[in-house]
Design a protein around this ligand. Structure first.
Ligand code: FAD
Length: 304
């Protein structure tokens, strides 16, 4: 039974967000981990005004909300999310000379392909990262020593105070797997990336090389959220190395297992629960703390 307050919020949400608003939507299929319970409310935003409107409405109603990209860096709790999940499907991309302008729901894969077609160099390292621009900028996604913040020139954000602003790269305070978006309630709406003209053959070769390297250590045929913990920034230590040293590859809790070829990846081998993944993560952190006195920090975001 819904209480009076929830009924009122539900009515208001429906009246403002319209028929596209879903209720009790299971989140597992919207994540690469394939784990997670229901969101009370769920809206797919295909246009930027829908995205902005949904965020503003949630804020206005004091309702928890979560902007979801491709769900490739999150672990949703088994109990789901008491609030509104806004799935960002705003995917438009335009190539203008050596710049790529795109909406924040654009897929990295599409940026990789479009830059290749236009002989633009810079996005090769993103080949095989299954996220959207919003999620990638949020966590300054990267690989092979490069990260997305390096390419960003300017962006449009919806600030925590509800303004729409154009900001430059410096605004994001990019660092290893960090950006200001992690600390603020800003929502990324669109971005302009600056690339370099390059030889198409060289770009194609680089992408193929990167994908070959990734396929050796990343379980593309299994459900996961990529690397679970961040590397140790100041010590330049890889979390995978430390985890390997504590025997992580042999560990599992229920259907949550450490991937046999990469100790920093937890896979959902069948029907893992979020609580099993979290328990496994706690065990891994403890082992690394005891042996190396290092505190591993999650790269994956817990949504509960
Ligand atoms: C097989 C595999 C390989 C991976 N390899 C890599 C890798 O090499 N390097 C790497 O860095 N990551 C990697 N990842 C992790 C993940 O793909 C990236 O972090 C990706 O950029 C996340 O994007 P997403 O759209 O899926 O974000 P989501 O998981 O949907 O969201 C992540 C966070 O971003 C926030 N967010 C999303 N959109 C916006 C927005 N528009 N405005 C504000 N906040 C927003 C969300 O609220 C959430 O807090 C990998 C994951 C998998 C499954």
């Amino acid at each position: 039974m819904l209480d009076t307050k929830t009924k009122k919020i539900r009515k208001e949400l429906k009246s403002i967000l319209g028929e596209n608003l879903k209720e009790k939507e299971v989140l597992a299929p919207y994540t690469t981990f394939k784990i997670g319970g229901e969101a009370d409310f769920f809206l797919r935003a295909e246009r930027i005004d829908e995205l902005v409107n949904a965020v503003l409405v949630a804020r206005e109603l004091n309702m928890p909300y979560f902007v979801l990209g491709n769900g490739s860096n999150i672990l949703v709790s088994d109990e789901g999310f008491r609030g509104l999940v806004i799935k960002n499907d705003c995917r438009r991309i335009d190539v203008i000379d050596t710049k790529i302008s795109c909406l924040s729901g654009a897929w990295l894969e599409d940026l990789v392909n479009l830059s290749k077609e236009n002989s633009l160099q810079g996005f090769e390292f993103c080949a095989g990262i299954p996220g959207t621009v919003g999620g990638a900028v949020f966590g300054n996604a990267g690989a092979f020593g490069k990260s997305i913040g390096e390419l960003l020139e300017e962006a449009v954000i919806l600030t925590s105070s509800g303004n729409i602003e154009i900001v430059e790269k410096e605004y994001f305070e990019f660092d290893y797997r960090e950006s200001k978006l992690r600390k603020t309630k800003d929502v990324l709406l669109s971005t302009v990336f600056k690339l370099k003209k390059g030889g198409k053959d060289k770009i194609v070769k680089k992408i193929a090389e990167n994908l070959t390297k990734r396929k050796k250590s990343i379980p593309y045929d299994k459900a996961s959220a990529g690397c679970f913990f961040k590397n140790i920034k100041n010590k330049s230590l890889s979390a995978g190395y430390l985890l390997d040293q504590v025997g992580a590859k042999n560990l599992s809790v229920g259907d949550a297992k450490v991937f046999s070829k990469h100790a920093n990846i937890i896979i959902n081998s069948k029907n893992a629960k979020a609580k099993e993944v979290k328990r496994l993560a706690r065990i891994l952190k403890k082992k690394v703390k005891v042996k190396f006195n290092v505190d591993l920090e999650e790269e994956v975001i817990y949504l509960s």
